[in-house]
Ligand binder design. Structure first.
Ligand SMILES: [Zn+2]
Length: 239
């Protein structure tokens, strides 16, 4: 109460005053681009026009991913980038609640069947530097909205990798190869259940594919991927 008076709620993106905490102002909200159908059933890429329910994107046909389905709440544009970088580097874990609310709706196809939500892990050293793992914050918040169990410890990052920023697709793949391992009790903890891997941004998918492979090897029945934002080439799609 006292804190609310001292710090009235502001927009998560532009700091304009808002009626409630942890939301965007109307102006910034309208600049977010939700990813909605029609989309590629595997990669979740938005299509400009519907090509039928089973039509895959050219990317999914050319390079089939190890995960079953990827979904994202919004296109990675300027507003999404500000939200993610504040969540990631700005010590603002409360942003996860806003992002997870949009993810809960966008990922509705992934929730039936009681899957476990598993965040993409950070290396322990990096987590200490940033004080928290943004993907774990997203997974926890998503767990509250969907009622699904969260296991923040099912996959670990066993090798410190350099930031993926600035690396090409191949470079990203090499950078994360061998970087992850599943918990020694994975089979006990997951009981062969489906896993939904939670991440902040889906870029080339190199990281999520590497984590998916170790989860499948460790005994997960299948893996889906849920991210807040996704890089879409030619972002100014009329969607
Ligand atoms: Zn704003």
């Amino acid at each position: 109460m006292l804190l609310d008076i001292a710090y009235p709620p502001v927009c998560l993106n532009c700091d304009a005053p808002t009626a409630a905490p942890d939301v965007l102002c109307a102006n910034c909200f309208h600049r977010l681009r939700p990813i909605t159908a029609p989309l590629c059933p595997v990669l979740g890429l938005p299509f400009e026009v519907s090509l039928g329910p089973d039509m895959l994107s050219a990317e999914a046909i050319a390079d089939p991913p190890p995960f079953s389905r990827a979904r994202s709440a919004v296109v990675y544009n300027e507003v999404a980038r500000t939200l993610v970088s504040r969540l990631k580097y700005g010590d603002r874990p409360e942003l996860a609640r806003f992002c997870a609310r949009l993810m809960a709706g966008a990922g509705h196809e992934l929730w039936p069947g009681n899957p476990i939500l598993v965040p993409v892990p950070l290396h322990p050293t990096r987590q200490r530097e940033r004080r928290y793992n943004q993907s774990a914050e997203l997974a926890q918040a998503l767990g509250k909205y969907t009622g699904l169990a969260v296991d923040t410890d099912l996959v670990r990052r066993i090798r410190k990798t350099r930031q993926q920023v600035g690396l090409s697709g191949d470079g990203r793949q090499r950078n994360v190869a061998g970087a992850f391992a599943v918990h020694p009790d994975m089979l006990l903890r997951s009981k062969g259940r489906r896993v939904v891997l939670v991440d902040d941004v889906y870029t080339t998918g190199a990281t999520t594919k590497a984590v998916t492979r170790v989860l499948l090897k460790g005994g997960a029945e299948s893996v889906d991927v849920m991210s807040f934002a996704r890089v879409v080439i030619g972002t100014e799609l009329p969607i």
